[in-house]
Write a protein that binds this ligand. Sequence first.
Ligand code: DOR
Length: 441
Amino acid sequence: MSYDLILESGTIVLPWGERETDIAVKNGKIAAIGSNLGKAEERFNAKGLHILPGLIDPHVHFRDGGQGGVEGVEDMRSGSLGAVLGGVTACFDMPNTNPAGVDVESLQAKHDYIPGHSWCDIGFFAGATADNLDDTGALEALPGVCAMKVFAGSTTGSLLVADDASIERLMRSGRRRVAFHSEDEERLQARKAEFGKDGPYSGHYVWRDVECAFKGTRRITAIAERTGRPAHILHVSTAEEFEFLREHKDLVGCEVLVNHLLQCAPDVYERLGGYGVMNPPLREKRHMDAAWAALADGTVDNIGSDHAPHPRENKEKPWPEVAAGLTGVQTMLPLMLTKVNEGRLSLLRLAQLMSEGPARIYGAVGKGRIVTGNDADFSVVDLQARRTIENKWIASQCGWTPFDGTGCIGWPMATIIRGQVVMYEGQVTGEPVGRPVHFRS
Ligand code: DOR
């Protein structure tokens, strides 16, 4: 047997632990794991490096509905370029694009647009609207769709399904897990007059308070339980929600963002101004501590970035006109590797949260673990490399990161997608090879 590629002598992060050995790839799949695997057309010397299962960022906003993105902000090509430079092999993209991904035509167009435009593999969410509540069974079965996404609280764009009756209707159509931005719209609007007028950027987490997030999460959990339909609460941001979700793991999953693990109020608003504003907001340290505890005890299923680029002029507007959202797809891996080096989590747990977790939650076929038969997707990292994140490294068209100037220990050295070395030592090679991700329906 001659293989297409053999990765030699790396420390492989297998589902059951680390092992220094070789991986053989044939036709884009992992064909064998072990030593003395024989001949291959290409060999990759991974001595001294760790090989993680291809990392998935299951929460990105690439701003591209399949007709090109927004100039100066993002499109699928620039967003996915950031992903592979940051060691990420697949992204799941949100539907608040123009056109929005909310019906068969727009979702089919987005699917067909991926080859030739994306550097990494792409899954994408179908957005819920008042007009498609009874169609989720059909929409979630379309190729490339990872789940329905419900914006139950308003944020960037106009997608919104906020009331219990509509959410319940949607939950009774279809059967796959439904992903939620769970902030409670009624409370957000009710507090706007008093807290949402003007003032410092830190007013953001006063307006969109703990109860906004917690109330929304309680409501959605109750509907999930009534209907028996699994849900996933995206970007959980409060200690109260982690405590609550810990008791509801049978039906409701839990995502945490890198930003909520690494930055907190009031410091982040003082340092970054509008570049610290996102939804749900960055909050006080007790919530960050609760996120780490939930990550350690298994409450959290996956980590995402919520990569949400906005042009500088919109991030520099005063609060509350400032656009909400932060870039993150390119920086999530080095930032989390740094936490591994600091002893906050193991590399195995990182692989669970950033590869196996998103693959399992959304049912991505062939992704998430280094086992024979799976796609040959690998994030190859140097745990010793010391680098500093800088705006000039960022591929996003908006050109900024809230982590500009942050020193990291641990850095992505290569990104391999279905056996193709797409990024090596900071350079992309060849043409975009991304394909739609296949999901279990
Ligand atoms: O801060 C955010 N920005 N949160 C979201 O949920 C949406 C995102 C965006 O699209 O800009």
